[in-house]
Design a protein around this ligand. Structure first.
Ligand SMILES: Nc1nc2c(ncn2[C@@H]2O[C@H](COP(=O)(O)OP(=O)(O)O)[C@@H](O)[C@H]2O)c(=O)[nH]1
Ligand SMILES: [Mg+2]
Length: 438
């Protein structure tokens, strides 16, 4: 696809800042640089230049880096202007670019051009969006895997094996009447297709882990009113988020904070105490509490006294529960070891470290793993499932033609992940996730 207009945008963060990076891409880039800087600097060399208006007035001076296409991020002629990050400076430079007939970029437009010029495939584009959005170490590692081409290479390798299999089947169909070709080829081909299906299924099975990395572990604090739930949320968040009083039924809304734990993102929810009540607002709070408990990965069930964990019947069967004894600083309550899993006081801080260790035990240990190769999005999982199902149908079918057709369907499904086939309608969705200037 050919783009005729040249785009520009501020690619660095919010102003004011020490340095701001303005990026341009398109056929008129060199011309615009020529006008602004007097000449086009040598390719890919950071060069100090004075940037001037059409009247010759100096706007600013800064580093100018010219990347002639196709060896650039977008594949087109590109340029970066590293100017001082003042609002007036940046606005003046952007105005000047507009005056030269350049157009302000839309969100994700640079990456879209890179995709359409074959510089990146869809998995890499999505990985780049994730890398920019990454807030935890694991999110960063997952995004690097996707954006760096490692994941794409895996899918491309699978697609190549399918192409090979199809070619062999074609050969077998063509030479069906010659005795020495068939049979032997076919057997090894189908063994590999079966192996491929197992590999794809194993890969799909890791999607849950990717979801955990992207969306975070959902931990819900539940228990009777006054058990110390809001106090624990505040203690773990290290700030006063929830209102804490001695009045039972203080918390009515579900509150949440995002924490980072061992490189993972954790979403911690505080809920209304679970009890029978006639009070309308509190009842709604309890209904909402049950709703978030139903979607929890882990529930911290709190109680200020032994035997206070009876609300357990309100929890879903399959959810992991840690029983937390609270307010252990109080001399009037006696706890035995078997009464709870963790014993803590938010006033003295005792037991908080033990709780954090228990939470970490619920997170997968990825420390030794060098690669996080897994499908990071539902879109990938959908395509992988389609591929796996087609392979299964192919393996079960009689007749080489039908089998070959199923392999083609599987191959197309894999191709859709990286964007080699039929993806036009997907593009808007993917690129709209980007910020402007990327
Ligand atoms: N002694 C003591 N009191 C606590 C502790 N944690 C919470 N409280 C008190 O218990 C009461 C209820 O706490 P809150 O966090 O609002 O409980 P929630 O209703 O479960 O959210 C408040 O008066 C808190 O000050 C603790 O570790 N030790
Ligand atoms: Mg509360």
């Amino acid at each position: 696809m050919l783009f005729t207009d040249t785009i520009y945008a501020l690619s660095s963060g919010s102003l004011p800042a020490g340095v701001a990076v303005i990026r341009m891409s398109g056929p008129a880039t060199a011309d615009a640089v020529m006008h602004l800087c007097g000449s086009v600097p040598p390719a890919r060399v950071a060069t100090l230049r004075t940037i001037r208006t059409r009247n010759g007035d100096a706007l600013d001076s800064g580093l100018v880096i010219y990347f002639p296409g196709p060896a650039s991020f977008t594949g087109e002629d590109c340029c970066e202007l590293h100017v001082h990050g003042g609002r007036a400076v940046v606005n003046a430079v952007l105005d000047e670019l507009a005056a030269h007939g350049l157009r302000h970029a839309e969100a994700g437009e640079f990456s879209r051009r890179a995709f359409q010029n074959g510089k990146m495939d869809l998995v890499e584009v999505e990985g780049l969006a994730d890398l920019i959005a990454a807030e935890t170490e694991m999110q960063r590692r997952l995004a690097v895997e996707q954006s760096g081409g490692g994941q794409s290479a895996l899918y491309a390798g699978w697609a190549r094996r399918l192409t090979h299999a199809r070619a062999m089947i074609e050969a077998e169909l063509d030479f069906a009447d010659e005795d020495d070709v068939p049979g032997s080829i076919s057997a090894s081909i189908w063994a590999d297709v079966e192996k491929l299906r197992v590999e794809i299924d194993a890969h799909i099975a890791k999607a849950g882990l990717a979801e955990l990395i992207r969306d975070g572990l959902k931990i819900v604090i539940a228990g009777e009113p006054n058990a110390g739930k809001s106090s624990l949320l505040n203690a773990l968040a290290r700030r006063d988020i929830a209102i804490v009083t001695e009045i039972a039924g203080t918390t009515r809304d579900v509150l949440s904070v995002d924490l980072s734990l061992a490189g993972f993102s954790v979403k911690l929810f505080d809920t209304a105490g679970l009890r029978e009540t006639e009070e309308v607002v509190e009842r709604e709070g309890i209904r909402r509490a049950r709703e978030v408990i139903a979607h929890a990965d882990l529930v911290l069930l709190l109680s200020e006294k032994p035997g206070g964990f009876q609300v357990h019947e309100a929890l879903p069967e399959d959810v992991a529960v840690i029983r937390v004894a609270t307010k252990i600083d109080r001399p009037d309550v006696k706890w035995a070891r078997r009464d709870a899993d963790i014993f803590l006081s938010t006033i003295t801080g005792e037991g908080i470290a033990a709780l954090l260790r228990a939470l970490q035990a619920h997170l997968p240990d990825l420390a030794g793993k060098t690669s996080l190769s897994m499908p990071s999005r539902k879109r990938h999982v959908d395509c992988l499932r389609q591929a796996s199902a087609a392979l299964e149908r192919g393996l079960a079918a009689d007749g080489l033609e039908i089998r070959a057709e199923q392999l083609r369907i599987a191959s197309d499904a894999l191709g859709r992940i990286t964007g080699r086939v039929d993806v036009e309608n997907l593009l808007d969705v993917i690129f709209s996730e980007f910020c402007i200037g990327k």
